[in-house]
Design a protein around this ligand. Structure first.
Ligand code: NCD
Length: 311
């Protein structure tokens, strides 16, 4: 496979191969090898046309640990903010000899456009396109769940995962639903009706509006950020009411099984969808998700850049 655009393009076996490669790579770095020569001479471009901290530095760290050259290209301060089209930007990246372009973009479908335009010969890795998908985040979430809750097969069968909050605007939710189901987990979405898209009925998930009823049954809960920047209307009466009904606090977290994980892709709105107490508690794997992200993105870069060469 050449591009990573959507979780739906991955077979179950290939998704598991990415995850097992990430496990191998994390073992190698835990054993003290900080840098591998695998992508020496390759150029990875981080093209970020939307704000990001974690995802951008995680891809950068992953590429550097594999010895690739990294070019960081953010929209602010570049010709993208002067209105340059994706095609013209892509042609510049091609001229720089990019072997992979990591694209974050506010428009849903931007990564597909870049890949289908055939303006570049390298791999396109979708690092979040509008409200559509964020495949590397879903892979790092599955990796984190595997590390804590799975046997060596890495299968998520029998696990129940709740995704809570702003599903409507969340590319993380879309990619996670596709991947968690592909790997055999049961998924329940919990949110006010206004933040659940109409399409949910075709997604093979359960929906609930009662977080207290769902929490005792889950193995992990993925809390989502309220994405105010994507909200043009009011989706709930007040932040206070949202937190009271759909936020996770210590009292709610105590309803969960003792092994259950609290996850969040970041950045967190502490005090809105998650209290500081829960974010910093022993059930929370939020910081570990960031660390795991580097191993998973190393696996992605390795498999997709090498896969592209075989093509
Ligand atoms: C997510 C994103 O950008 O979609 N964050 C991330 O990549 N770590 C989620 C979010 O912004 O809420």
């Amino acid at each position: 496979m050449r591009h990573l655009l959507s979780i739906s393009d991955l077979s179950r076996d290939f998704a598991l191969e990415i995850l097992s490669t990430a496990h191998e790579l994390s073992r190698v770095s835990e054993n003290g090898t900080k840098k591998l020569p695998t992508l020496r001479g390759k150029t990875v471009v981080n093209l970020f046309a939307e704000d990001s901290t974690r995802t951008r530095i995680s891809f950068e760290a992953a590429a550097k640990r594999l010895s690739a050259d990294v070019i960081n290209f953010s929209a602010k301060g570049s010709s993208v903010s002067k209105g340059e089209s994706l095609k013209d930007t892509a042609q510049t990246l091609q001229a720089l000899g990019a072997d992979a372009v990591i694209l974050r973009h506010p428009a849903s479908g931007a990564a597909h456009r870049l890949a289908q335009g055939r303006w570049i010969s390298g791999s396109v890795i979708n690092a979040g396109d509008g409200t559509h998908e964020h495949p590397s985040q879903a892979l790092l979430d599955a990796f984190t769940i595997q590390r804590h809750l799975c046997d060596s097969k890495g299968d998520l069968a029998g696990l129940h995962i709740a995704i809570v909050g702003d599903i409507l605007h969340s590319r993380v939710a879309r990619s996670n639903i596709l991947l968690l189901k592909k790997l055999g987990a049961t998924v329940t979405l919990v949110a006010p009706p206004t933040l659940i898209p109409f399409a949910w009925q075709s997604w093979g998930v359960e929906v609930s509006h009662d977080l207290d009823a769902v929490l005792p049954t889950v193995d992990a809960v993925i809390m989502l950020r309220i994405q105010k920047e994507r909200m043009s209307d009011l989706y709930f009466p007040s932040s206070r009411e949202y937190s009271a009904l759909f936020g996770i606090n210590a009292e709610r977290a105590s309803l969960m099984k003792s092994h259950a994980l609290v996850m969040h892709p970041g950045p967190m709105n502490r005090g809105l969808e998650i209290t500081a107490e829960v974010a910093d508690s022993s059930a929370s794997v939020v910081v570990e998700q960031v660390a795991n992200g580097v191993s998973v993105r190393m696996a992605i870069l390795y498999l997709f850049i090498a896969g592209n060469q075989e093509d």
